[in-house]
Design a protein around this ligand. Structure first.
Ligand SMILES: *Cc1c(COP(=O)(O)O)cnc(C)c1O
Length: 377
């Protein structure tokens, strides 16, 4: 089936009891067992929930993976991946990842004996150079947050297969509508469903998708044993939201392209980071591995004063953390999402106080551009 058809139908059947077209929210912690040792495959809410199972099947289909494993947040999903490893293992990570991922790895997982190499994965040679005898996993974010640097997913998948490493991609920024790493040979895709997949800024959630049975078995075990499961209602909201993912993503993409074009001509803008612009250094790779460029733009203003004035005066754009919702948001990464990343590290990849990140929503683009214009003036 096509993407939009799957987005609306995959994982969902009419309710057996009533014929309800929409999968119900199964608010139950336990299930009746008619006889000792006999049940319908549902025993306890942490282990089994039908609303959650429907969401997992839906997103797994959209990512073209076989299995989805849902978690209470994107970070809980990432944390579950760390449980695939053992003390003494080593992971190679994209240097400019989501700030919370950096915090989890460097400030928590290192206490458990897992070590990390932070490398610029936009050149696969840098990954190869860091592989050690104890390397077990390569963890990539593309495009990165907030610099929008790309990593060649096919090259990473091939390298990991050759070296017997688990390949992981955080696909939050693109959503499966624009990028499907599993089709390119990647083992594991994860999302903060808080962002585009849910898209309405009203839940916190995460999911891991894989096509590899052994990884699925272990993650399913971890999901139940560690217990960071999402609520049935949050699963239901996300399942409702993926139905409109295709139309939302098209509009995010269209609006972001127009805003990037506008910003690039603005006299107070020094640089626009958007993979859809022909001057993006990896525009060709973007066209090869993505079917759209998404709704995220980063902008370097001429001075911090301009950036601050813009952030304080925007009216349609809201100054807030997070991204991927229908409403447009602005973020100042160094004081908000990336505050826990050390200064030297940030400056290495150009993350300065003049940088503002835009999550372009699906409002009328004329209103968004007019808002930018009035706020900078
Ligand atoms: C938000 C985000 C996360 C963390 O997800 P939460 O749902 O906030 O826990 C991970 N990766 C990326 C790229 C994100 O944007």
């Amino acid at each position: 089936m096509g993407f939009s058809t799957d987005a609306i139908h995959a994982g969902q059947k009419a309710d057996l009891e009533t014929g309800a077209v929409i999968t119900p929210v199964y608010l139950t912690s336990t299930y009746h067992q008619p006889e000792l040792g006999v049940h319908k495959g549902y025993e306890y809410g942490r282990t089994h929930n039908l609303t959650r199972a429907a969401l997992e099947a839906n997103i797994a289909t959209l990512e073209r993976g076989k299995y989805g494993i849902a978690f209470a947040s994107g970070l809980a999903a990432i944390h579950s991946l760390m449980s695939l490893l053992k003390s003494g293992d080593h992971v190679i990570v994209t240097d400019n990842v989501y700030g919370g991922t950096y915090r989890l790895f460097e400030l928590i997982m290192t206490d458990f004996g897992i070590s990390f190499s932070w490398v610029d994965t936009s050149d696969v040679k840098n990954i190869l150079a860091e592989i050690k005898p104890n390397t077990k996993m390569v963890y990539v974010e593309t495009p990165t947050n907030p610099m929008l640097t790309l990593t060649d997913l096919e090259a990473v998948a091939n390298l990991c297969k050759e070296k017997n490493l688990i390949s992981v991609v955080d696909n939050t920024f693109m959503s499966p509508y624009f990028q499907r790493p599993i089709e390119l040979g990647i083992d594991i895709v994860l999302h903060s469903t808080t962002k585009y997949l849910n898209g309405h800024s009203d839940i916190i959630g995460g999911i891991v998708v894989t096509g590899v049975e052994k990884i699925h078995e272990r993650l399913r075990y971890i999901q139940n044993a560690a217990g960071a499961v999402p609520s049935p209602f949050d699963c239901w909201l996300t399942l409702r939201s993926t139905k409109t993912l295709a139309v939302r993503m098209d509009r995010h993409n269209e609006n972001a392209m127009k805003i990037a074009e506008y910003l690039k001509k603005h006299p107070k803008v020094k640089k626009v980071f958007y993979p859809g612009l022909p001057e993006h250094p990896q525009h060709e790779l973007a066209k090869k591995q993505m079917s759209g460029f998404g709704g995220m733009i980063s902008v370097e203003f001429d001075t911090f004063e301009t950036a601050k004035q813009f952030l304080n005066n925007a009216k349609v754009f809201t100054l807030a953390e997070s991204l991927g919702g229908v409403e447009s948001l602005l973020c100042h990464p160094i004081s908000m999402t990336h505050a826990s990343v050390p200064k030297e590290k940030r400056e290495k990849f150009g993350l300065t106080e003049k940088l503002v990140r835009f999550s372009v929503g699906i409002e009328d683009v004329e209103d968004l551009i007019a808002d930018i214009e009035q706020a900078i003036k």
